[in-house]
Ligand binder design. Structure first.
Ligand code: GLC
Ligand code: CA
Length: 513
């Protein structure tokens, strides 16, 4: 069962580089996050996920960890982070760090030892080494010609990220160690040690990077990888029962039974999540929330989602993020009204919502050059925009010294500009999250049921006893529905509910009690 505190949790994801710079060096820092805790609370968010903030050469924005127990100096000190935990807790905000268990940086001391000419040593098998000096193996990406020792090694993502060795489910060659080899067990124990370290310093859990990637030659059901996570969960149950693990996996049917509290829906095409916010897989843009989508059909997404929801609703949660540091911001395809409707949907669904910093003001995706291994993702990682002051309030550094540029447009969105307008994006997010916190039947656990998902009709769904309806199109849509005796808890656009009929004006949404 997932930790109880998740029932009413709403997360805010912070890319620490770009949130708030308090010492004018052009890059965000822990003190900057502390400074904005009241703002985060004001949104209705009561939990944070902070992207990796550990010592790193930053060839993949910190997903190439050089020291799991030491924060990167550019964000502050370990003590600053412990203080962040404390200050956040005082305000009722939990904090998840980002755990990267599948690989380290090639500069991690484990790897330095593992690749050295002095063999064998304690870390020889911490990574996956073939017994060839030049070739690898066909089906796993490998690097040749870099190590002092003779052998090629397997990577997990970029070239700079050698894969940690948790063993092979079914070894096919002598260099492929079985999962129960003491050196593979040692890798797992080392990761548990990292987990214990941060939890005992006050963090509340982890978002787990590439959680599916641990065991090589795993089967379809990820039997090997799942057994490792179950082992981690047993440790947590015994030592840190409130600790939360959120998987980057997009297979809730596998991850949740293995001990994760929640799993993100991302990773098209097997989730079809992008068809909701940015339909980049089909030649025609049928993004569900676009007013003018020529062939709008929520079932493209729902058919997949419902299977997972039904299979896992008693085990854990599905998270549908507004976006994250790897995806294009939703404001790229959706205008303000479309975005408001999209958020109305995301924030009234079961599971645990995640709001990516800046999405609450419709921060735009920027077409800019890559930074720290971001490539197209860099455009979603630009600084938070607070007000009309220098660098839109992100930093007092010179503009050229910023980690990434702020939006140069004259109408760049900022928090300050939206603060006083009750209909702004920002205040709509606040209103929706307040509604969720005030209404138990909109939270993580209350049942979800589809009433109508037919094309050309409003999308109608139930959360517990509540009836909700959504019409993202530009036309008025009418449907028979059990509306009599109900009152609207919340509405956007023109909605008329009477005499067994629900008339949903163009681009409208309603929650009926
Ligand atoms: C995950 C992260 C991504 C990173 C990759 C390798 O997908 O979200 O940012 O590049 O893993 O760690
Ligand atoms: Ca700074």
């Amino acid at each position: 069962m997932p930790a109880k505190w998740l029932k009413d949790a709403v997360f805010y994801e912070i890319y620490p580089q770009s949130f708030n710079d308090t010492n004018a060096d052009g890059i965000g820092d822990f003190n900057g996050i502390v400074e904005k805790l009241d703002y985060i609370r004001s949104l209705g968010c009561n939990a944070l996920w902070i992207n990796p903030c550990f010592d790193s050469p930053f060839h993949d924005a910190g997903y190439d960890v050089r020291d799991y127990k030491q924060v990167a100096a550019r964000y502050g000190t370990n003590e600053d982070l412990y203080r962040l935990f404390e200050e956040a807790h005082k305000k009722g905000i939990r904090v998840l760090l980002d755990l990267v268990p599948g690989h380290t940086s090639e500069e991690h001391p484990w790897f330095r030892k593992s690749q050295s000419a002095q063999q064998p040593n304690e870390f020889s098998n911490r990574y996956i080494w073939t017994d060839r000096w030049f070739a690898g193996c066909q089906d796993l990406p490998y690097i040749a010609g870099e190590a002092e020792r003779s052998g090629t090694y397997i990577i997990n993502f970029f070239k700079c990220q050698p894969a940690l060795n948790y063993g092979f489910l079914k070894p096919r060659e002598p260099w492929q160690l079985p999962m129960d080899h003491p050196d593979c067990v040692a890798t797992r124990e080392a990761m548990k040690d990292v987990i214990r370290f941060w939890l005992s310093h006050g963090c509340d859990g982890f978002r787990v990077d590439m959680a599916m990637s641990l065991v090589k030659y795993d089967d379809e059901q990820k039997t090997g990888t799942c057994s490792i996570w179950r082992n981690v969960r047993q440790m947590l149950d015994a030592e840190f029962p409130e600790a939360v693990l959120v998987a980057e996996w997009s297979r809730p049917d596998l991850s949740l039974p293995a001990g994760f509290d929640a799993d993100f829906i991302l990773n098209d095409p097997h989730t079809n999540y992008s068809t909701l916010l940015r339909d980049y897989n089909s030649p025609v843009d049928n993004t569900y929330f676009r007013k003018d989508a020529p062939d709008r059909d929520i079932n493209r997404y729902l058919d997949i989602y419902r299977g997972w929801y039904e299979a896992t609703k008693d085990v854990g949660y599905i998270s549908m993020p507004t976006c994250n540091h790897d995806t294009v911001r939703p404001a790229y395809r959706l205008d303000e009204t479309e975005l408001k409707l999209a958020y109305a949907f995301l924030f009234t669904m079961p599971g645990v919502p995640f709001l990516y910093y800046g999405d609450e003001i419709a921060l735009r995706y920027q077409e800019i050059p890559t930074k720290e291994g971001g490539y197209f993702r860099t455009g979603s990682r630009t600084p938070m925009q607070w007000d009309g002051s220098k660098n839109l309030g992100f930093s007092d550094a010179e503009a050229e010294a910023l980690y990434l540029p702020v939006d140069p447009s004259a109408d760049a969105p900022t928090v300050a500009a939206q603060e006083d307008d009750p209909a702004s994006m920002l205040n709509t997010v606040r209103a929706l999250l307040k509604l969720r916190h005030d209404t138990e039947e909109l939270q993580a656990d209350a049942p979800f049921e589809v009433v109508c998902s037919e094309k050309g009709k409003p999308f109608v769904y139930r959360r517990g006893s509540l009836l909700l309806a959504l019409n993202p199109s530009g036309e008025k849509l009418i449907i028979d529905a059990d509306v009599d005796g109900r009152e609207a808890l919340y509405a956007m656009g023109m909605v008329d509910a009477a005499d067994g009929r629900l008339a949903m004006g163009p681009q409208s949404f309603v929650v009926l009690k």
